[in-house]
Write a protein that binds this ligand. Structure first.
Ligand code: NAP
Length: 243
């Protein structure tokens, strides 16, 4: 029987590409997100099961995980950034929302699925962090704080699970062209497009490739961390633009 992979935040971007790649690599895939119609459109062509999921809501996480038959791979991908305000003008609600989805979302999903990951005999938790977990940058305050926290959580988890049959991997991408910037800028498509002006960002498939590679190493090999940037990006804010 093929191992089951759960991918959170799979209605677009990295999550959707990861679900497709894992299905192609032979996993049975269960995907979750809030926009259920978009999620179904991702799931149907790849033969995945689509279930509604809001990682900020404990009841939603519990209902989702109860329907997951077994789990060998959990990809914690749901999350994102809200705003680019300097700390002096930051909005509490944005910071709380980012912490809730990026950090507590990872906690809720991992804690709930851990018994199934252990029971699989060869479990793996892969979490999508960010270059923002390594480098603070102006306007990144709330997102930096959340992704630095995710990195800490993954470091703790790796040590706490030592001796259990569960691997722990953090994948930290730089700029990836998805809906990430549209969400960050409150739906402003032109502001979002300007982020990638004159440079070639990573694609969602590039990050899915990292997830699939980490997940398909032999069981005794734990890829602790992958930091992956476009050739045109050499740091959180160091970007080469041709125009
Ligand atoms: P995206 O296209 O905006 O996708 C984000 C996904 O997360 C969507 O499927 C969204 O689905 C889901 N999501 C958001 N909040 C959720 C919640 N409360 N419960 C369940 N699902 C939720 O952006 P992306 O670039 O693929 O982002 C995926 C991950 O990569 C995020 O953790 C992000 O921080 C990280 N990342 C992105 C970049 C980048 O440059 N794009 C760089 C580094 C790291 P619904 O809205 O349907 O729920």
């Amino acid at each position: 029987m093929s191992p089951t992979a759960v991918v959170t935040g799979a209605s677009s971007g990295i999550g959707a590409a990861t679900a497709a790649r894992l299905a192609a690599d032979g996993f049975s895939v269960v995907v979750g997100a809030r926009r259920i119609e978009r999620l179904r459109a991702v799931a149907e062509p790849i033969g995945a099961i689509a279930l509604p999921l809001d990682v900020t809501k404990p009841d939603s996480v519990a209902a989702f995980c109860a329907q997951v038959p077994g789990c060998a791979l959990l990809v914690n991908n749901a999350g994102g950034a809200l705003g680019r305000d300097p700390i002096a003008e930051s909005d509490d609600a944005d910071w709380q929302a980012m912490y809730d989805s990026n950090v507590l979302g990872v906690l809720r999903m991992t804690r709930t699925l851990l018994p199934k990951l252990v029971a699989s005999g060869d479990g793996h938790v892969v979490t999508i962090g960010s270059i923002a977990a390594h480098e603070p940058y102006p306007g990144g305050g709330g997102y930096n704080a959340a992704k630095f926290a995710v990195r800490a959580v993954m470091g703790v988890l790796r040590q706490e699970l030592l001796g259990q049959p569960v691997r722990v991997t953090e994948i930290d991408p730089g700029m990836v062209e998805t809906e990430f910037s549209v969400v960050r800028f409150g739906g402003d498509e032109s502001q979002a497009a300007a982020v990638y002006d004159g440079m070639t960002p990573l694609s969602a498939e590039d990050v899915a490739d990292c997830v699939a590679w980490a997940a398909t190493r032999p069981s005794h090999v734990n890829i602790d961390q992958i930091v992956v940037l476009a050739r045109d990006q050499a740091g959180a804010t160091k970007v080469h633009r041709r125009s």
